[in-house]
Write a protein that binds this ligand. Structure first.
Ligand code: NIG
Ligand code: FE
Length: 402
């Protein structure tokens, strides 16, 4: 049976144009023709091709239609939460101080090592539902709270189970998220174990589950040289690199991402101008995480404008994790993109749709041009800009399809 249908009665349709870096199509009184779970045609309703005249119509209820949001940086699966640490920070302790005392990421590692695959899947699914109801239709999800082979393997198995249950997500192996307590601060030996033992074993145990690998290049964690070795090993296993880069200090992470042809360099609050140029030249997507800057109480917002001027296709993400950003809300990111990173509404919208999809090598997500997956959000607002303007409003989209 044919599933041809046309979405009509739309106030308008807003979508990035995948053929152009920052172009957003704004089509008033639009229609959207769908077939086989994909977009077949978009345009003004009055221009609907005759071939679609008899197709069943779906009433958009006068809403704005947009593609679903794509979140290209989350740490979805972990045990426990860190509200106690947050309270300590409100009383003056710093993120780095807490980490140096064995808290921070290490605290989550302890809780995650104690979680079963079943526990991880159950909490993961709850979080995925929260993302979903806010309009996120696809996410990148990292391992990284295991910091040893068996716990990293359970995290990967939990992601595989979530994929099997139909959640649309890309998995990134991040066993180099921090130094594992077992290595007593010996980053060299830890990097060697990640590159030579853990990554190959994770790929062997869970074939086809992960597409990307990542490393936290940061002062006191892994150096750029150690990152190069870990990501090089990942590449030989068929994993595309992403890099936690220049988050708390400049460490050459953006430059490393460009050198390796990484899909993305993420965070980048302390990115150099040379790093920006290198990312633009190598088509590395800078993934900026403004809610992390906010939640850590930092003053150094990532230089989004300079990156755009340098020719980068900037993306935005939540960085959802229990320590530096327990946020599942794309609207918060959209608002911070406009209000703190000084992006226009169209830029921030593109940075939450097309550019993250591109950084995940998913050309059928993040837009509503022909060939795109029919993941359509319907927003009951007069103008899409209201999503940012009514700054605390908890807007929720309606969905055309699951
Ligand atoms: O992306 N930078 C490293 N990882 C996380 C924070 C992890 C945590 O605090 O649990 C981040 O900010
Ligand atoms: Fe992160």
């Amino acid at each position: 049976m044919s599933d041809r249908r046309v979405l009509v009665n739309l106030r308008g349709l807003l979508t990035p144009d995948p053929a152009r870096a920052w172009a957003v199509d704004r089509i008033p009184d639009a229609a959207l023709a769908l077939e086989g779970g994909r977009v077949a045609w978009l345009g003004r309703k009055e221009d609907l091709p005759a071939a679609w005249a008899d197709a069943p119509k779906v009433d958009g209820g006068g809403a704005w239609a947009t593609p679903g949001f794509v979140d290209p940086h989350t740490h979805l699966l972990f045990g426990g939460n860190r509200s106690g640490e947050f309270n300590r920070r409100l009383h003056g302790a710093t993120y780095q101080q807490i980490a140096a005392e064995g808290g921070g990421i290490r605290e989550t590692v302890r809780a995650t090592r104690g979680a079963t695959v079943h526990d991880l899947v159950a909490s993961g699914e709850e979080r995925l539902r929260a993302f979903r109801e806010r309009g996120v239709v696809h996410l990148e999800c990292k391992t990284g709270y295991g910091l040893e082979l068996e716990a990293e393997s359970r995290l990967t198995a939990a992601y595989a189970e979530l994929q099997q249950r139909g959640w649309s997500l890309d998995v990134t192996l991040l066993p180099a998220h921090d130094l594992a307590p077992e290595f007593g601060g010996d980053a060299e030996a830890n990097a060697c174990a990640v590159a030579e033992d853990w990554l190959p074993e994770l790929v062997k145990r869970h074939p086809g589950v992960a597409r990307f690998c990542d490393v936290f290049v940061e002062t006191g964690v892994y150096t750029a040289e150690q990152g190069r070795r870990i990501l090089g090993a990942g590449k030989r296993l068929g994993l595309i690199p992403r890099v936690h880069a220049d988050e708390l200090s400049w460490t050459g992470g953006a430059e490393l991402a460009a050198e390796l042809g990484a899909a993305s360099a993420d965070h980048l609050m302390f990115c150099s101008e040379a790093g920006m140029k290198a990312m633009a030249a190598a088509d590395v997507t800078p993934v900026l995480l403004p809610a992390t800057t906010l939640f850590l109480g930092m003053r150094d917002w990532a230089p989004a404008r300079k990156m755009i001027e340098a020719g980068c296709r900037v993306a935005l993400a939540t960085d959802f994790n229990p320590g530096s950003c327990p946020c599942v809300d794309p609207l918060t990111i959209l608002r911070l993109g406009c209000l703190q990173l000084r992006m226009t509404f169209e830029e921030a919208f593109t940075a939450l749709t097309l550019h993250p999809a591109r950084s995940l090598r998913r050309d059928d997500l993040g837009h509503l041009h022909p060939g795109a997956r029919a993941q359509v959000l319907l927003w009951d607002v007069e103008e899409m800009l209201e999503l940012v303007y009514w700054v605390g409003e908890p807007y929720r989209p309606r969905f055309l399809t699951r």
